[in-house]
Design a protein around this ligand. Sequence first.
Ligand code: SF4
Length: 217
Amino acid sequence: MSTKIACLLPGYNCGECGYKSCRELAEKISCAADLTLCPILSQERFKENAATIIGLLGGKGHKECIRGVIDGLVADFALASLPGEPSCREDIYPFDRDAKIRVGDVLSYRPLGCPIKHFARVLRHEHGMATVHLVGPVHLLNGSKMPEDIGICLVSAFEGMVSRGRTPDVGETVSFLPEHCMMQKVHSGVVVHSEGSRVRIEGIDLKVWQRASNKIR
Ligand code: SF4
């Protein structure tokens, strides 16, 4: 399979994809999204080659590729909400020690390292840490008053169900894509609890160091 794919890649061996040669990239490709690593393949003259590669990848035995939109990085799995809940849970820690946080309230905050303001309902508040669900700004359309903004928060944990990709082991450092993330950005962290498809990930980081070269694992 990789030999066939290598023959269909441009053959320039320019390294733009992060690999030394087209053959090296061909050995790593496992889904259509991986083709975006080669900027030359998107040119009109290689359109048919790209379509043929996608056809080859359509066969059985190829894993689903979960890739962030904003960074193009590959994730181990996508994380969805727990059953009956609107989004996966986040544990947030506000830098403002006087922030007013009450269970049931909707508040807004900006996660450290993320440019997007989040709107979330508080499920639990203990030891300065709040567990929330993202509810989005849609509730404002019902005429609700603008929620209290508690400023920048450190997002320390995520909890939810693995919806796509592989279920990780406890203790593993993983990259994952929260299904509700408006930027569809890959996050990283350490799995501290795994029970069926339900996982809890702590030590959240928006920087995915091992993928800095944008290579496929
Ligand atoms: S960017 Fe494309 S042409 Fe260049 S080495 Fe990678 S696969 Fe080959």
